[in-house]
Design a binder for this molecule. Structure first.
Ligand code: CMC
Length: 424
């Protein structure tokens, strides 16, 4: 095993170097403080490996994304969301019998406790569905025991995956004041979600296969993305041995922010703004480049991808296909494509390696499928659910897991004496 040398205050220290299965190199600083008295400083954790993980591999320079070793392009073309859930959580492609049993389990746990409907009623109609989603997910822990018995863990995993779509659809129905539509056991995962979203009691609802397949693709592409902000949050909270539902509810809150999963909603707001402004791209490009403006080109840039985001590539093509198949003519798609072309030729974006990310085209597809803008980030929640669960499970099963507790470099006042308010 090779080592890395660090020299501090004239003294030399050695640290082990570890290598991942894709030859990623890391210096093991587990004993850094114990040996040197110093800590590492890495705001935003851009250089910090917080765990070893066998779930997702990303090579940001080459635009590679694989779940459990399988390229995202192959899964997008040949798999389906439920199979991808099994793959990410249990680490292998299921046999036909395993898939059938898993599918059945996800079908039979879709109902939520009737009492939970009262929680929905308590929210104002203007509540953002992400607020409801996070609150309802943590509330599930009030109904289901948190036992470390593997069978109960698996049961809770199935419950969470199955109920998440019911919660999401109920959150939408609440926001538009329509009655909740109960799940149907004869439909598959994506079809059932669409049914709960769009059916009304007065008339039968037929799920469009084009819409169901497009939604399935979107969910597959969001299934996991290694140690991003929300996943790290799930692991952080879970490291205190908080239960599955509580850990994942915290991930939902982390995802909500506009720099993370909230970006898909912001992309559409931005494209609509440009559209209303008569397609004045230059104005928005200039604003994005001006640090004082506080404006960023939403759906552009990524901490890890510095060449292209493979998910955005798949979605750009899917946007064309889906809008074509559905006969939707959305001017925002044209604006997005023009914006991408201009940005990719602009030295500001080229130098900083800023490319469209997964959120740039996903919103346009969601719109074509009839999903309202407020629900976009909730769709991201449904897609990312298996990834969060897989990471939580891996963390709980890893003997190396310790409660996550970073250090800090204190920069506040040094010791001073308290003075009574009368003498200040
Ligand atoms: N528009 C304009 N400038 C940008 C953008 C953007 N979208 N993204 C980054 N930059 C600039 C940034 O100002 C900085 O410039 P400089 O070096 O001159 O200070 C440089 O590029 C590096 O940016 P950073 O903020 O240090 O990069 P980061 O890795 O901390 O942030 C990011 C990554 C995704 C938060 C950021 O690119 C961003 O805010 N993008 C817009 C929001 C967005 O689309 N988020 C979705 C991410 S993908 C889905 C997900 O994982 O949730």
């Amino acid at each position: 095993m090779s080592t890395a040398k660090l020299s501090l205050n004239g003294q030399e220290y050695e640290f082990p170097v570890i290598e991942g299965s894709e030859h990623e190199v890391a210096i093991d600083f587990t004993k850094l403080r114990a040996q040197t008295g110093a800590i590492s400083y890495d705001p935003g954790y851009g250089n910090t490996g917080s765990c070893k993980s066998a779930i997702t591999f990303i090579d940001g320079e080459k635009g590679i994304l694989r779940y459990r070793g399988y390229p995202i392009e192959q899964l997008a073309e040949h798999s389906n969301f439920v199979e991808v859930c099994y793959l990410t959580i249990y680490g292998k492609l299921p046999s036909a019998a395993e898939l059938a049993a898993f599918q059945k389990s996800l079908t039979y746990h879709t109902l939520i406790h009737e009492d939970m409907k009262k929680f929905f009623e308590g929210f104002p109609p203007t509540a953002h569905p992400m607020a409801i989603m996070s609150a309802m997910t943590v509330s599930l822990s009030a109904y289901y025991p948190d036992l470390l018995d593997p069978e109960v863990v698996d049961l809770n995993i199935a419950r969470l995956l199955a109920k998440a779509k019911t919660l999401a659809a109920f959150a939408y129905k609440k926001s538009i004041g329509q009655p909740y539509i109960y799940p149907r056991n004869d439909l598959n995962y994506t079809e059932d979600f669409l049914h709960m979203m769009f059916a009304v009691p007065a008339e039968p609802y037929k799920v469009s296969p084009v819409i169901a397949r497009a939604l399935d693709l979107l969910l597959i592409l969001h299934a996991d993305h290694e140690q991003n902000c929300s996943t790290s949050t799930v692991r952080m909270v879970g490291s205190s041995q908080a239960n599955l539902f509580a850990s994942i509810a915290s991930g939902i809150s982390a995802l909500w922010g506009p720099l993370h999963g909230g970006a898909n909603q912001e992309v559409i707001n931005m494209l609509e703004m440009i559209h209303r402004d008569g397609g004045d791209y230059k104005k928005y490009m200039d604003m994005a480049k001006d640090k004082e403006s506080g404006f960023r080109l939403m759906g552009f840039g990524h901490r890890v991808y510095k060449n292209f985001d493979p998910r955005a590539r798949i979605l750009k093509k899917a946007a064309d296909d889906v809008l074509d198949e559905l006969g939707v003519n959305d001017p925002l798609l044209g604006i997005a494509k023009n914006l991408e072309e201009i940005a990719l030729a602009d030295s500001y974006f080229v130098e900083r390696k800023l490319y469209p990310n997964v959120d740039f085209y996903s919103g346009i597809i969601y719109r074509a499928l009839g999903i309202p803008t407020d629900m976009f980030t909730v769709m991201f929640v449904l897609g990312r659910m298996p990834g969060w669960i897989a990471q939580w499970k891996e963390m709980r099963e890893d003997p190396a897991t310790r409660i996550n507790r970073p250090r800090q470099v204190y920069s506040g006042a040094t010791e001073r004496d308290y003075t009574p308010v009368t003498s200040r």
